[in-house]
Write a new protein. Structure first.
Length: 511
């Protein structure tokens, strides 16, 4: 029996909770505000207890401006400027034993004291600190095959079967916990569902009974097994998932307002550090006539052609992308949303060559029905950037990068991330009344909540300590505090030195 089990369900929307019938009636259920509804920054806040202005991750990439152009590299665990839950336990030198399945960011697999870590996610090759634990919990070949099948364009039923197999693998892992010699105080289990499935199978929103409900029912079985395996269960998600009616093209809007300059560039170099790309088999066509064809074709015909390409993708099991040069001069434009040959969604971020235009950009985008924020309006902390504007979806409008020849707003149904995830907490011997808690909570509440239940010191830098203690029924005087960040910086330097001296990631092995 695990003391605290945290079940992270990527993309679980609050509207899906009624389908999780196994949740106890006295569970605490809150919406979680993810601030930036992207996987890495949101999960980083959940695991650290601090907002991106303190942990330093704003998306899937770190952007760097050179003399000639912008470049992007994939975010790694070394970019985290604050320790995650299991790393905080290690820095506090407690005897608590942790099993971490799917830390975020997953690469590289950073070892830490009293923790078995399995980096098995859709974002990178599998790595781990204990092959024995991995092989006792999972059939690695079957899990790898299911994740690979879910990455490929395919028919809805095939994608659903792959998603169900992934959930079944995690249920089996919880059943196999008894085979491990160690007993864990903390179990973190990240599952890349329903997010990855909904990205690959957006038609699930149109056929929920056939394509969505079976997955939620299987996740309900996972929740039931997690309840049986733990004293305290915390279920959380990094963001929600919605269907949007309109696509809002950011670069066209900024172009119309004189902030984007036309050029030959526009595709940022993406450096993916040992990550598994979802687009290894992309067929890319760049006909230069597409901008003119786009103007000539009516919107209904464009939608028909998109549907035809989608069908072809499924038949060939390949990512077929028809695209044209976006014609954006990244270096001379005052502001633009990056476009890259990336497996991940880059949206939600506008890069600024001149920070003085931040409030102007935010004001313009708000006039198009989006939630846009200058960084210091949304974040707090020493790492809050000055050269970024954050663009969040609002109601039925989804922010996309677009090109200088896109329609500013187009009625084209899309599925994507929504701002609010979930927090469900079933705490042994504690039933905080739901009506004394806010309906919406910062996602930074999860880490101090978990540390508090483990009687571990909280970080003085953490953002939602008072709310976490309120949920746990504790007072400020009941807990101890540590300054985790200075210790974490030293620990990262030690790990980096070990990695450099060995020529590879310390304690990391790949299948």
């Amino acid at each position: 029996m695990v003391k605290v089990l945290v079940l992270g369900l990527d993309g679980l929307d609050f509207s899906m909770l009624p389908l999780l019938s196994s949740l106890p009636s006295n569970s605490i259920k809150l919406k979680l505000d993810s601030l930036i509804p992207l996987t890495f920054p949101s999960w980083a806040s959940i695991m650290t207890g601090v907002n991106p202005g303190k942990h330093g991750i704003y998306g899937f990439f770190k952007y760097e401006k050179t003399e000639s152009r912008w470049r992007a590299r994939s975010v790694s665990a070394y970019d985290l400027e604050y320790p995650r839950i299991h790393e905080a336990l290690a820095l506090a030198r407690l005897t608590r034993k942790s099993l971490i399945i799917g830390p975020m960011p997953p690469h590289p697999c950073l070892p830490c004291r009293n923790s078995d870590i399995l980096c098995i996610t859709q974002f990178s090759e599998f790595a781990y600190t204990s092959g024995e634990v991995l092989n006792k919990l999972y059939d690695v070949k079957k899990l790898t095959a299911a994740m690979e099948s879910l990455r490929r364009p395919n028919l809805g039923r095939v994608l659903l079967d792959a998603a169900l197999k992934i959930v079944e693998a995690h249920i089996s892992a919880l059943e196999n916990l008894h085979s491990l010699k160690d007993r864990y105080d903390l179990l973190w289990l990240y599952v890349n569902l329903p997010d990855t499935y909904l990205h690959r199978c957006p038609q699930a929103f149109d056929k929920p009974n056939k394509l969505l409900t079976p997955l939620i029912n299987k996740l309900n079985d996972l929740v039931r097994k997690a309840l049986e395996s733990s004293e305290d269960l915390v279920i959380t998600s990094d963001h929600g998932f919605s269907k949007f009616k309109y696509a809002v093209r950011i670069n066209r809007i900024l172009y119309d307002h004189g902030l984007v300059k036309v050029g030959k560039g526009g595709i940022i170099d993406i450096y993916s550090d040992k990550a598994v790309t979802h687009r290894r088999e992309v067929i890319r066509l760049h006909p230069r006539i597409i901008p003119y064809v786009h103007r000539a074709l009516p919107a209904p015909l464009r939608r028909f052609l998109r549907s035809a390409v989608l069908v072809l993708r499924k038949l060939l099991h390949r990512q077929i992308t028809i695209s044209a040069p976006p014609r954006i001069d990244e270096h001379e434009s005052k502001a633009f949303m990056p476009i890259g040959s990336s497996p991940a969604i880059i949206g939600n971020i506008v890069l600024l060559n001149d920070p003085k235009y931040a409030r102007t950009v935010a004001k313009i985008l708000r006039s198009y029905g989006l939630d846009a924020y200058v960084a210091d309006e949304l974040l707090s902390g020493p790492l809050t950037p000055k050269n970024l504007v954050f663009v969040l979806q609002k109601e039925d409008r989804l922010a996309t990068s677009g090109t200088t020849y896109s329609d500013p707003i187009e009625e084209v149904p899309r599925v994507g991330h929504s701002r609010y995830g979930v927090l469900v907490a079933k705490l042994e011997g504690r039933s905080t009344p739901q009506n004394v808690l806010p309906d919406i909570s910062p996602n930074t509440v999860v880490a101090p909540l978990v540390l508090s239940r483990l009687n571990a010191p909280l970080g003085v830098e953490m953002d939602s300590i008072n709310l976490a203690l309120k949920i746990c029924g504790k007072e400020q005087s009941d807990v101890k505090y540590l300054k985790y960040r200075p210790m974490w910086i030293i620990y990262k330097k030690m790990l980096a030195f070990k990695e450099k001296s060995r020529g590879k990631t310390a304690f990391s092995r790949k299948n």
